[in-house]
Write a protein that binds this ligand. Structure first.
Ligand code: ADP
Ligand code: MG
Length: 287
């Protein structure tokens, strides 16, 4: 690769919204075998909305007051939903995020838990009665969270996030380029499979804890594959750093952008197959 052709290549990339941190990343992009995509904010828009809520108004007040302390997109959706109903939220007396599981808070002297099955199970709260309803939401691609107040199960809040319009086409192009496309998410398996189905991805790694995402990338690398990781969140940063090429979503967090080798502006997924074409043509021109 001559320095000039690489400079021309990265310049072309920048014009279309593909920002390579250095020419060596452009050179390496054509060698990729596997593309790992985060779900929320990468494949989906990352603007979830509450679609279903099965408890009473007081539970909603406690739930939203608890979620006010969280920066998670799921939390924002719940707080916005409560705001629509003009509920007056309380200040949390205590708050703790449990990564990959949910949150625990004390609101108005009550202990509020919001999160997945595992979170409630760890507190010994049975959720068997909710199972069929949970499943119903999940096969619809929704993220359903369980709510408990003072260790008693109260109901479910379900949130939906729509896929980006161009996601199916981007996945199709990547597959046509001979890449294996994988979805990696902390969300549960059924929700993840539903979203994967909508975009044409057949390999899903779900229920991955935030600190395990990088390990999943390493496992694929150990198969002898060159792996690109695409993500937007703070959670994705270690995986972006470990990947052969880390691709950050331009609309995502600063931490992800810093950890990555490439940033795609506006989070436009079609720029990923385009970056691969650009890498191929750059390499060809030099040989
Ligand atoms: P993602 O890959 O979707 O960002 P996370 O690892 O952040 O997943 O979260 C995994 C799961 O933990 C969520 O699907 C949800 O069930 C639960 N969870 C995480 N944060 C919250 C929160 N603030 N409130 C309720 N549940 C949460
Ligand atoms: Mg994300």
């Amino acid at each position: 690769a001559t320095p000039t052709s690489i400079m021309v290549g990265t310049g072309k990339g920048a014009e279309s919204g593909i920002l390579f941190k250095g020419g060596e990343h452009l050179e390496r992009t054509h060698q990729l075998d596997v593309i790992v995509l985060d779900k929320t904010g990468t494949i989906t828009r990352g603007k979830p909305e509450v679609t279903d809520f099965t408890a009473d108004e007081e539970t909603l007040r406690l739930l939203a007051s608890a979620e006010k302390g969280s920066e998670h997109p799921l939390a924002e959706a719940i707080v916005a939903y409560a705001a629509e109903q003009d509920l007056k939220l309380a200040e949390a007396e205590a708050f703790q995020a449990v990564p990959g599981h949910g949150i625990e808070a004390v609101i108005s002297g009550k202990r509020v838990l919001v999160g997945n099955r595992k979170l409630l199970a760890e507190h010994g709260i049975p959720t068997d009665d909710a199972e069929s309803e949970l499943t119903m939401y999940e096969i619809d691609g929704k993220t359903a969270m369980l709510i408990a107040v003072d260790d008693v199960f109260q109901g479910i809040v379900a949130v939906a996030d729509t896929i980006k319009d161009t996601a199916p086409e981007a996945v199709r192009q990547l597959q046509e380029q001979g890449l294996r496309v994988v979805m990696l998410t902390g969300d549960n398996e059924r929700t993840a499979n539903a979203i994967a189905g909508q975009v044409g991805i057949d390999q899903v790694i779900a229920q991955v804890l935030p600190n395990e995402k990088a390990d999943k990338v390493k496992e694929i690398q150990l198969e002898g594959k060159k792996v690109a990781m695409v993500g937007d969140g703070v959670n994705d940063a270690p995986a972006l750093a470990v990947a052969d090429i880390g691709i950050a979503i331009g609309t995502g967090t600063e931490v992800a952008i810093e950890a990555a080798d490439v940033t795609i502006l506006g989070g436009e997924l079609l720029l990923i197959p385009k970056a691969i074409r650009l890498s191929h043509s750059t390499i060809k021109n030099i040989r």
